[in-house]
Write a protein that binds this ligand. Structure first.
Ligand SMILES: C[S@@+](CC[C@H](N)C(=O)[O-])C[C@H]1O[C@@H](n2cnc3c(N)ncnc32)[C@H](O)[C@@H]1O
Length: 203
């Protein structure tokens, strides 16, 4: 069996995220997670939220780790990862239903380039059912302003890793979302100066 990749931040933030998802995804049945990373969030949320089918996904490099976590902590409602790069056609027709009523993603929008974030929202517009919910967790700015010194330092570190990566403005994310019929209905403060944005697809 592959060794289990480990993210300390996933362990730190999973309880607070799950508490929000329990309410935001209360009416949801099929969740697609984009950028599952290590797979730690998926095994935790699938266990705590048994009314959901939790479909993991990520770029192929991450699949061994996600599969290892699923093998270590299986749940009947947890699905093996799809190969999903937001800039390519989403392989969503591989499972039933062909559209989902929930999409979740953590710590991805600041890693992706602006073009990738735009592609991400185009994919959400296409594959999230009307009335569906999109929840995205991570650090965000308001009108270009950092919410903390730690986020400012983190953004400088991100820039050094990849000039295309950056903490995104909630205003820009909300505008992109609106082009796909999504409305920001809740902006939850989270520990460690993060936010969880909850969008609903109105059309
Ligand atoms: C910082 S990790 C976050 C992983 C995990 N969600 C977490 O919270 O620990 C960023 C994730 O974004 C994913 N990602 C980056 N670019 C992507 C793309 N173009 N399409 C899909 N996922 C992408 C990476 O593969 C990685 O899993």
């Amino acid at each position: 069996m592959s060794s289990l990749p480990y993210s300390q931040s996933c362990e730190n933030n999973r309880t607070a995220i799950a508490a929000v998802l329990e309410r935001s995804f209360a009416q949801v049945r099929h969740v697609l997670e984009v950028g599952s990373g290590t797979g730690q969030h998926a095994v935790h949320f699938a266990k705590l939220l048994p009314h959901l089918i939790w479909q993991t996904s990520d770029q192929l490099d991450y699949h061994d780790g996600i599969n290892a976590w699923i093998a270590a902590e299986p749940s009947t409602n947890l699905r093996a990862p799809l190969v999903l790069d937001v800039t390519k056609p989403w392989p969503i027709t591989q499972f039933e239903p062909a559209v989902v009523d929930g999409i979740f993603s953590a710590n991805t929008l600041h890693i992706m380039s602006k073009g990738m974030v735009e592609a991400f929202f185009a994919g959400i517009g296409k594959h999230l059912a009307k009335g569906g919910h999109f929840c995205v967790y991570g650090p965000f700015n308001y009108n270009g302003e950092y919410t903390s010194d730690s986020n400012r330092n983190f953004d400088q570190w991100l820039l050094q890793q990849n000039p295309q990566s950056a903490i995104r403005d909630i205003e820009w994310i909300s505008e992109l979302a609106a082009t796909q019929g999504l409305e920001l209905i809740e902006d939850h403060p989270m520990p460690a100066n993060n936010r969880l944005l909850h969008f609903e697809k109105k059309r």
